[in-house]
Design a protein around this ligand. Structure first.
Ligand code: HEC
Ligand SMILES: [Cu+2]
Length: 355
């Protein structure tokens, strides 16, 4: 009986470990078995077909093996059992059946590869994606919007991503929207998809993404969000991103702008309403207050977290310290001066207010 229990426990454990906890998607944002776009639908189709074929083959082989083990077990009778040399029917069988099975898997696979490698439709929204260490820059080519770590897209419309890198190889991956695409320096990889989920008016759906190619110390902290809107919601977001952010409280704005210049932030970060803040070493911080997370999905976007990030990046993300003199990424940049507590507070309050 205890043997049975041990067996039962190990079967349960292996099912659990092998990913049976991958859904529902709400609890498992990185699930690959719930698709939300035409691209991931196509891949999931091939994936399920191959999984079912291999399951059937696996079960049949296991049954046959158990049968053979029992039927031909050593029953204690003397001498060798009858010896067999060659059997044409069996040899044909175990050659032809796998060939047919492989054809069943190869044809849909190749068809899907060509389908997803096809050119994007003309009306697709083009977004340039640049993998950086360790965050993502998103540029809406036609709209002239540059943002970071959060892409907003309308559901039901094709989105064409032009993926590149400014540093080492990264990989752009939103498990529910499609496969991985490497971000390689000096080359542009494409991927396009249309979100198939319905987004209710005034609501959004959040899909999580992450870097899927080891790229250095903070690789695991290189996440991003894809936020799907309905058409009206997307148009509204575009308008919002194009208009200069309004910081209603003049005192907050003045103190913030002053500290932004004095602290050297201006040397690395762009802000559309500040003269001279056009640098792109770090993320564009325009409308940072609207974002869900900061530092590419590392921490929730709160004023306390912002202050803590400004004071010590290294604590949150290894390798991101602004003060690494000699780091070639920051060559010729203004390294921030020591900030006073008031300046840090002013910056955090100001950045939160950029909405
Ligand atoms: C030497 C260049 C440099 C300077 C100077 C600099 N930053 Fe940054 N900043 C970066 C980089 C690079 C990142 C992205 C780090 C990451 O997420 O891996 C970043 C990220 C940020 C983020 C998170 C942005 C996001 O999209 O989530 C905030 C907020 C920020 N910086 C604020 C500031 C402030 C305020 C100052 C001035 C005190 C400043 N930075 C000075 C390079 C710089
Ligand atoms: Cu990366």
């Amino acid at each position: 009986m205890s043997r049975f229990r041990a067996l039962f426990a190990s079967v349960c454990a292996s099912l659990w470990l092998s990913g049976c906890s991958l859904w529902p998607a709400e609890d498992n944002p990185f699930t690959t078995v719930e698709s939300s776009s035409d691209f991931s639908d196509a891949i999931l189709g091939v994936y399920s077909l191959i999984t079912w074929i291999t399951c059937v083959v696996g079960v049949l082989v296991a049954i046959l093996m158990v049968y053979v083990l029992i039927k031909f077990r050593d029953d204690g009778s003397p001498g060798n059992p009858e010896q067999v040399h060659g059997n044409t029917a069996m040899e044909l069988g175990w050659t032809l059946i796998p060939v047919v099975l492989v054809i069943f898997m190869v044809v849909p696979t190749i068809r899907t590869i060509f389908e997803i490698a096809d050119a994007a439709p003309d009306d697709a929204i083009e977004i340039r994606v640049v993998g950086k260490r360790w965050w993502w820059e998103f540029e809406y080519i036609e709209e002239g919007i540059i943002t970071a770590n959060e892409i907003h897209v309308p559901a039901g419309r094709p989105v064409n991503l032009l993926i590149e890198s400014d540093s080492v190889i990264h990989s752009f991956w939103v498990p529910r929207l499609g496969g991985k695409r490497d971000a390689v320096p000096g080359r542009i990889n494409r991927m396009w998809w249309t979100i198939t989920d319905e987004v209710a008016a005034g609501e959004t759906i959040l899909y999580r993404g992450e870097c899927a190619e080891y790229c250095g110390e903070s690789h695991a902290l290189m996440k991003f969000d894809v936020i799907a809107h309905d058409d009206a919601g997307y148009a509204e977001w575009l308008e919002l991103m194009k208009a200069p952010p309004v910081v209603a409280d003049a005192a907050v704005r003045e103190a913030g702008e002053e500290a932004f210049a004095a602290g050297g932030c201006i040397g690395c970060h762009a802000l559309t309403n500040i003269d001279g803040a056009v640098a792109r070493i770090g993320p564009n911080l325009t409308r940072l207050g609207n974002r869900r997370m900061i530092a590419s999905g590392t921490m929730e976007n709160t004023t306390e977290h912002l202050a803590s990030w400004i004071e010590n990046q290294e604590e949150w993300k290894p390798g991101t310290s602004y003060n690494k003199l000699g780091d070639p990424r920051f060559d010729g940049m203004l390294i921030p001066v020591e900030l006073s507590e008031q300046q840090v507070d002013a910056l955090a309050t100001y950045l939160s207010a950029l909405q």
